[in-house]
Design a binder for this molecule. Sequence first.
Ligand code: ZN
Length: 296
Amino acid sequence: MKFLYNTVWLFCLLFTLFACQQTTIKLNNAEKNQTINQDSSRVLQGKCYTSYCIEIIDNESTIEVMLDVTDYIATSLVLDFVVTGLISAETLPITVFMDTPQKMIINTFTKTGSWSINYNSISNVGALGVTHNNSILYQLPFAIGSTKKVSQGYNGQRTHQNVNAIDFNLDEGTEIFVMRAGRVVKIEQQFNEGGFDDNFKFKANYVQILHDDLTLAKYVHLKLNGVVVQHGQLVQAGDLIGYSGNTGYSSGPHLHISVSALDTINKSLTFQTIFKTASNLDGEILEEGKSYTAID
Ligand SMILES: [Zn+2]
């Protein structure tokens, strides 16, 4: 079997949260070294990633592309194919958003003679074509009744240029609460160091929560082993997530939050959101330098 594998990592945004992965796989029918499935179809090639596998299956008259998502994630996948002797059932490239565990055939090619198939895949965290639900009122991510300062706001000059993210000044160990209901799709909590230095850019602890409009909330810089929710868990606004820290690319103890999706497969899109605060029950856009008191 002819097999070419090439992975390119592109780091697209600050912190550890956002990575694009590109893979190229080439196959043809010149060599026959396939495994046999239960249904007698042959898996020509499979490539597994952390939470999903792509399989190319030879079914005599067709080639099927199977996607097996094995965990709760929030990842877009763009698959493009270069083929000879095959007719695609779907318009190419194929874009799939993977969120729940499932197995699905995402494309079928019909053989017309001697054939070959090459594919490129690019994946990235977040959903494409998303519109944020602006009618949602977010809850401040710290304890009801406590007051915290926004140390850096949307498009902040220090590290939020062109990014809609908020930093709250929080002492290490401060309880962090869910801002909006969703499902926990990614957790990191193994790191125990941070600083305002490139060496720490990929050493942040965090929790990512997927909302029902497919936007993704990120809670970053949590302390070592400071996460109390489980991967895949459904959470409600006000649930305890874990404890703040100073891990990753960070100049001091704080919580960094953002709500995002993808503009393109390689480019993130972040949203400003409305928070209910003790001083504005109808909600407001948070501003840098101001302090806010959490209400439920
Ligand atoms: Zn930040």
